[in-house]
Design a protein around this ligand. Structure first.
Ligand SMILES: C[S@@+](CC[C@H](N)C(=O)[O-])C[C@H]1O[C@@H](n2cnc3c(N)ncnc32)[C@H](O)[C@@H]1O
Length: 149
C-alpha cells in the first residue's frame, strides 16, 4: 500500500488492529481505527480508536483520505444493512474506499465456507465469536461501491 504514505487512513472493523498498525509502521500512513468490539493488540494502543458500529461512523464527511475495511462485510450482523455500511464508509472519505473482502462465486459452497471461516476465527479469537452473515459476490460489492445510495 505505498500510496498510503502520509495519508489519513480509517481502518473500519480493525479487529486486533495489526493490519493498519503495519500501514502506519511500514508505509507511513496516519491511522485511525474503529470497531464494534475492542480486541486490539496492545502494540496498537497509541493509535486513535473509537468503539462504534460501521453503520454509524462518528467522523465528518470527507474527513479521511482512505477508508479501509478488511474481511468485515461478511461479518456484519443481518440486522444492519450492508448498503448503509458502505454508504457510511464512502461518506467519511474524500478519496478512496478500499474493501478487502472474501467474495462468493457460483462455485462457492456457502455452508462449507461459513463453517471454515467461523472455525478459523474462533481459533484466533476464542473470546470473540464471529458469525458469518453473508458472503457477497463481486458484482454486488461493485454495485454497492459505485452506487452507495
Ligand atoms: C474477520 S474480522 C477482521 C478484522 C480485521 N479487519 C482484520 O482484517 O484483521 C471482522 C471484524 O469485523 C468486526 N465487525 C463486525 N461487525 C461490525 C460492525 N457493524 N462495525 C464494525 N466492525 C464490525 C468484527 O468485530 C471483527 O473484528
Amino acid at each position: 500500500m505505498p500510496r498510503m504514505r502520509d495519508k489519513t487512513v480509517l481502518d473500519v472493523g480493525c479487529g486486533d488492529g495489526l493490519v493498519s498498525y503495519s500501514f502506519q509502521k511500514e508505509v507511513g500512513a496516519i491511522v485511525t481505527q474503529c470497531e464494534v468490539y475492542d480486541s486490539r493488540h496492545p502494540v496498537t494502543s497509541e493509535i486513535p480508536f473509537t468503539l462504534t458500529s460501521a453503520e454509524s461512523l462518528p467522523y465528518l464527511n470527507d474527513l479521511l483520505d482512505v477508508v479501509y475495511a478488511r474481511f468485515v462485510l461478511h461479518h456484519i450482523d443481518s440486522n444492519v444493512l450492508v448498503e448503509r455500511v458502505v454508504k457510511e464508509m464512502a461518506r467519511v472519505t474524500s478519496k478512496q474506499l478500499i474493501i478487502h473482502e472474501e467474495i462468493a462465486t457460483p462455485r462457492t459452497n456457502i455452508l462449507v465456507a461459513k463453517e471454515y471461516d467461523e472455525r478459523m476465527n474462533a481459533l484466533f479469537n476464542p473470546d470473540h465469536p464471529m458469525k458469518v452473515y453473508n458472503y457477497y459476490s463481486r458484482k454486488k460489492l461493485n454495485r454497492l461501491e459505485l452506487n452507495p445510495d
